[in-house]
Design a protein around this ligand. Structure first.
Ligand SMILES: Nc1ncnc2c1ncn2[C@@H]1O[C@H](COP(=O)(O)OP(=O)(O)O)[C@@H](O)[C@H]1O
Ligand SMILES: [Mg+2]
Length: 425
């Protein structure tokens, strides 16, 4: 099957890789029979995080509905949970902005804010925590300060943030993502890469390494120093890491496309995913080693583009394309509500694939997600969360719409930074 985007570019659905468990599925297949245990967060502790000086909440592994007026602190709680994944959280924030304004020196010296959680992964328990610290580095003439995020797993310092993914996984949908299909490709690429590293922990490191190499390469060219050998070395490394980034993205897209084809959802739209990127496309027909050579040569020839301001092609430019398969419509031409449904389809497919592939359930962070959904879709989403026995944090301003969850969910009310549990909804 092939589909066209707004610019008329044609995208093919490439049938590809799947794990054994995913390919063994029949239509009568029930994930809840394969994954018998629940996974999620049982306790969350925040210190000097946004509007919370200190907060401690206990959760069951079930839908968790948080209601409260705008600005009361609901999204901040979801953001805190998102910091138990690698990266900059669900708002893509600067580490220093998260520290509570007017915070006193309540924490250990230099610690700006901290999030800690007791999580359950099937029948195992772990304590995960992350804190941001202010550090200083002495330069030649000055001392500059920077923020460093550290991660502890059961009290032991983890070597990378990606380690968190072995014990806990969060998938989020936020109001900012409502416009994800409309603007430039950067937020779509981040969304894609986040999905990739949920399956492939190395991917977080790869994208960070590529970004670092690219900045260095760009900086040297821009400075006008003709350090040819150094640049060639960087180009070689960028090509190698770049090709592995492209390959991992292709695998993710193929995995989700195959899954949604075999297990189409009964309520949410069928999606087709594609990659619009030179390197990813070249891997369709060429061996990785040849693509790497091409990429290296292409970077060499693109040095001049850094000066002229023309872009440099490669994995840092790749776009993530989404189509409504039945309507044969690119997501960017769908209505706002339809776009939200496409996103829900994607995260549901990702959730199920992750359960099968990693053997444990991710936690869903659904910020104001019900706003665009009619009652049928809303109830269908809640049913799926229950059926998969997921922990899902759901924020809303109105609690009435969650009547159907009475006795099956935890209800919290957030009132200017004070969070209280309500019994029975
Ligand atoms: N670093 C910070 N220190 C203190 N308060 C903050 C900080 N960052 C954001 N806030 C405040 O947190 C409040 C709650 O935000 P949010 O969680 O987004 O509310 P909502 O319940 O609408 O999702 C806002 O009023 C915002 O001003
Ligand atoms: Mg909010």
């Amino acid at each position: 099957m092939s589909l066209k985007d707004v610019k008329g570019a044609v995208f093919e659905v490439a049938p590809l890789l799947m794990s054994k468990k995913e390919s063994a599925m029949g239509s009568a297949f029930k994930i809840s029979e394969v994954i018998k245990e629940k996974s999620g967060m049982k306790r969350l502790t925040l210190t000097d995080f946004r509007n919370y000086e200190s907060l401690r909440l206990e959760f069951d592994i079930c839908p968790i509905v948080m209601t409260g007026k705008n600005g009361s602190g609901k999204t901040n709680i979801l953001e805190a949970v998102s910091f138990l994944s690698p990266g900059r959280g669900l708002r893509g924030a600067k580490m220093a902005d998260i520290r509570r304004l007017n915070a006193s020196q309540g924490l250990a010296r230099g610690v700006l804010w901290a999030v800690s959680a007791n999580v359950q992964k099937n029948d195992e328990d772990y304590v995960l925590s992350t804190a941001v610290q202010k550090s200083e580095k002495e330069g030649q003439n000055d001392v500059h300060s920077f923020e460093r995020r550290t991660v502890l797993i059961d009290g032991q310092k983890a070597t990378t943030q990606a380690e968190l993914g072995k014990y806990f996984s969060a998938i989020w949908l936020t109001p900012q993502m409502d416009r994800i299909f409309l603007g430039g490709p950067q937020p779509r690429r981040s969304f894609l890469d986040r999905m990739v590293y949920a399956f492939d922990l190395e991917h977080a490191k790869r994208t960070a390494t590529f970004e670092h190499l690219y900045k260095e390469w760009y900086r040297i060219i821009k400075s006008g120093r003709s350090d040819n050998l150094w640049l060639l070395g960087l180009e070689e490394q960028m090509a190698a890491v770049g090709v592995s980034i492209a390959a991992a993205r292709r695998e993710l897209v193929a995995r989700l496309n195959t899954f949604t084809k075999n297990e189409p959802d009964d309520v949410f739209p069928d999606v087709m995913l594609a990659l619009d990127g030179k390197i990813e496309q070249m891997l369709d027909e060429n061996a990785a080693i040849d693509v790497e050579d091409f990429y290296k040569q292409n970077l060499y020839e693109s040095r001049k583009n850094v000066f002229s301001g023309d872009g440099v092609e490669g994995v840092n430019k790749t776009d993530f394309k989404v189509f409504d398969k039945k309507k044969q419509m690119p997501a960017e031409l769908c209505s706002t509500g339809e776009q939200k449904l496409l996103l829900i389809s994607i995260i549901l497919a990702q959730t199920k694939c992750q359960m099968l592939d990693k053997g444990f359930a991710p936690v869903l962070l659904l910020d104001e997600v019900t706003a665009h959904l009619d009652s049928i879709k809303r109830n269908a989403l809640l049913e799926k969360i229950k059926e998969l026995r997921l922990q899902a944090f759901i924020t809303a301003t109105d609690e009435q719409i969650f009547k159907t969850l009475k006795n099956e969910a935890q209800f919290f009310e957030v009132k200017s930074g004070v969070v209280s549990e309500k019994s029975g909804g």
